[in-house]
Design a protein around this ligand. Sequence first.
Ligand code: ADP
Ligand code: MG
Ligand code: ZN
Length: 528
Amino acid sequence: MELSPVCTEECVIKSDRGHRKSKVSRDVEIDIEVLYKAVPQLAKVFRITDKIGEGTFSSVYLGEAQMRDGRREMFALKHLIPTSHPTRIAAELQCLTVAGGRENVMGVMYCFRKEDHVVIVMPYMEHQAIVDIIGSLSFEEVRLYIYHLLKALRHIHQFGIIHRDIKPNNFLYNRNTKMYALVDFGLAQGTADTQIELLKDLTGLRKVPRPVFGERNLNSCTPAPSTTKQAAIKTELVKPGRTEDPVSRRYSSASRGPLPVRTQSSSQKPQRSVHQSLTCNCHLTDRVCNICMSRKQQVAPRAGTPGFRAPEVLTKCPNQGTAIDVWSAGVILLSLLSGRYPFFKASDDLIALTQIMTIRGSRETIQAAKTFGKAVLCSRELPRQDLRTLCETLRGRRPSPDDEVTPLTEGSKDSPATLHHKIQGDSPTHRPTEGTFKKHKDGAGETPRPLSNRTRLQAHQDRSGCTKTSTHPAKQTSETDCMVQDDERGWDKVPDEAYDLLDRLLDLNPATRITAAQALQHPLFKDL
Ligand code: ADP
Ligand code: MG
Ligand code: ZN
């Protein structure tokens, strides 16, 4: 492939922006003009036709260039926000240049810069959004998808790269060509022995935790909320310190909303000090005492997307490794096996932790957290769920024990005894607030329940694109049709190995969690 990164006179380049088809919105057109102005060299090489991605830290554009041999090639142009730290940008590039271009990891072709504007040029890979195709995926496709994701993870982990933001949006999948590509090293970090030099330089760059948009600042405790509605489950993460030195402690509390959660970190003496410093009397209450108020902030990396964060990230464990990416791969597998995306939809870390406990069990979570020096307090025991039963129920393949249920929605008025974690199961058809799990009408704290029959049917409709409504007499036919389609996609014979792998990916303890390399050797992939 030939393309001149710096345009010279002999470059065969068409930059006929004027001929750009005007199917893009005016806003996008303006953004493209602004990009051409910010990095004028681009205009000599690319005809930018669309914006294909927009995130907090970048915008990604589709660009076309004419190659020397006359072919036209498509590129993805990632324009990083100008405020990105130069080392951050360089590290992202280095991950792509060193590890990219093979093993399902996106490669990089060029990089353009003018002043503080940087554009990373990658080969364009057409892909489908998981949210759009989750309803029609076969089990075999899911198996291959996870296999290829694990391959990418094994590869980057060999380089000592922790991606930190593994989620379907960052793992491009082309269903037709069966191509896969891991993208977005914008949050990557290095392991202690990373081979990516610039990742070493990142240490210390983000020492001060920034409030993340849309998330509660866990460290700014407010007095008891005046609202009478409180959650039934209080999960607490409390950081102990030496009791004689309260200032040396740190405390995180969510004192508002559905889930008062606290963790206690005992990073100095992980195993022993977990219980010894619960000396204040505010734990499991909705108040924050002065001792806790004066605790220092816990600093640990927590970049990523809440629903995909591993327990050790959610509890701010300072020692985080490549296992956090494996956890995220587990959440993706859980999502694909259950047909629910996103699976965990949490607005903050403590809600996310409670959602994990709902699936993996509170006792197990508390036990695992202890091993990495965190004390988690949960007001009520949440039993561990059987993964096959859970996924099959969410797929509508198993009867739900309770049809008379109320949707569990964010902001709903729940009694203090109400179980308030929500495992949101937004369907591809975007039912925004329908929870995957339901609670009893009486509002009493309940273990998560599978979908009601009605929701089950909707799940079928979502998956298969069936449009008949559940209230119509044709319901039965519709449901049967959907089930048949589901069976054809192999969902009637998901092997135990799939759930066994899921169980190992979602190991609450990062020390025993399967690695990507080990996972590729799992019996689920024996024929690959
Ligand atoms: P951000 O840091 O803003 O999330 P990403 O690198 O994840 O940036 O890119 C955002 C989106 O742009 C991706 O989710 C994907 O849809 C699209 N994208 C990124 N790189 C490519 C590529 N090489 N080919 C096609 N689409 C891409
Ligand atoms: Mg991204
Ligand atoms: Zn306290």
